[in-house]
Design a protein around this ligand. Structure first.
Ligand code: TK8
Length: 351
């Protein structure tokens, strides 16, 4: 009798264990072992995301937010490592690393992208965008999205445009109120021929240079000046080696958040979707904090530097001085593309 009872209890236990395991396998994972039903560990994909700005920048804060979102939504199947201050190289080097598959994500200014996709140089045409909202309209619209698609032939996948911002001239020689004040200044530019041409048109001696080398080049007097948004000038401590800043606002620089195609193609489609969707969601956050920081540091720099604020009328002299750049680069960029961008700007202004 006792054996019979023992046997029936054992039978019930075996059936119960079997149904538990079946239940968990139906749930897509053996909950007891924390592994998937093929007894493989959950595959984790690691993203190394590198930028040139430091960890105080709006760009890095947006990367931190993106990291949180991606790791949460992927349930830990994507882990993101963040690197700032050119730790993984400068913009061009990091894009090359993405092409090779030795790095997964970077977020360069569009200027160095022009070395890979000539059409991106359209964003370096001086005074192209009248405001950052007009820039948003073009970048997030058909023209901007068409350009992002072109990155794929270079093994790069553009996820979203983030914002670097309007660029302003700093230097260690003199206050700049007119283009004549620029004559002879050694100005560092991004590695892009349109920037070189624009500063030559204004009478400067421009030098292309990676961002990571810029601070020491100014400190040693290798260059007299550079140009970047207010937030970068402040947060990278450029005021320590520069005395004068003028709100030239001569170019609006977008960033492009991009992922290595070699890496992206290995991801399951659900993880590809998470990267794309979260990159777009963080874009609005990044633009918002970037604008807040640029406004804040424009004021704070008044305590650190000799700040020259040009009137709209005074800015016209700079616009006139750089006009030849449009004719010079129309063929390389494409007259049609320049026209499309200008039409979209006008469309925005007439909204
Ligand atoms: C940082 C650069 C920087 C850019 C420059 O990686 O090079 O001056 O404005 O923000 O992309």
């Amino acid at each position: 009798m006792f054996n019979k009872k023992l046997t029936s209890v054992a039978l019930v236990l075996v059936l119960l264990a079997g149904s538990l395991l079946t239940l968990s396998s139906d749930a897509g994972a053996w909950w007891i072992f924390g592994e998937d039903k093929d007894n493989n560990k959950k595959k984790v994909y690691t993203i190394r995301a590198g930028i040139g700005l430091n960890d105080k920048s709006a760009q890095f804060k947006a990367l931190e937010k993106w990291k949180q979102m991606v790791e949460k939504r992927s349930d830990g199947r994507i882990e993101m490592e963040l690197y700032h201050s050119s730790q993984l190289g400068d913009d061009r080097e990091m894009m090359e690393a993405l092409q090779l598959g030795t790095q997964e994500v970077t977020c360069p200014s569009t200027a160095p992208i022009g070395g890979f996709i000539p059409e991106f140089k359209v964003f370096d045409l001086p005074f192209l965008f009248p405001s950052n909202k007009a820039a948003d309209y073009v970048l997030d619209g058909p023209v901007g999205q068409r350009l992002l698609k072109k990155l794929e032939k270079e093994g790069l996948i553009g996820l979203a445009y983030w914002e670097n911002g309007f660029r302003h001239l700093t230097n260690s020689v003199r206050a700049v109120k007119t283009p004549a004040d620029i004559k002879g200044l050694k100005v560092r530019t991004m590695e892009n021929p349109i920037h070189l041409a624009a500063w030559e048109a204004m009478g400067a001696n421009p030098t292309p240079m990676a961002f990571g080398e810029l601070f020491s080049a100014m400190q040693q007097g290798v260059v007299d000046g550079q140009e970047n948004p207010w937030g970068t000038i402040y947060l990278q401590n450029f005021y320590e080696v520069q005395d004068y800043v003028t709100n030239t606002g001569h170019v609006y620089s977008p960033f492009v958040l991009m992922v290595s195609e070699k890496f992206y193609d290995k991801l399951p489609s659900d993880l590809q979707k998470i990267l794309r969707e979260t990159a777009k969601e963080v874009k609005d956050y990044q633009r918002k904090i970037n604008r807040e920081m640029n406004a804040k540091y424009r004021e704070k720099l008044k305590d650190k530097m000799n700040v020259t604020i040009l009137s709209a009328e005074e800015k016209k002299a700079f616009q006139k001085a750089v006009q030849p750049v449009y004719e010079k680069y129309e063929e390389e960029i494409g007259a049609g593309l320049i026209k499309d961008v200008m039409n979209e700007v006008e469309e925005y202004q007439n909204k």
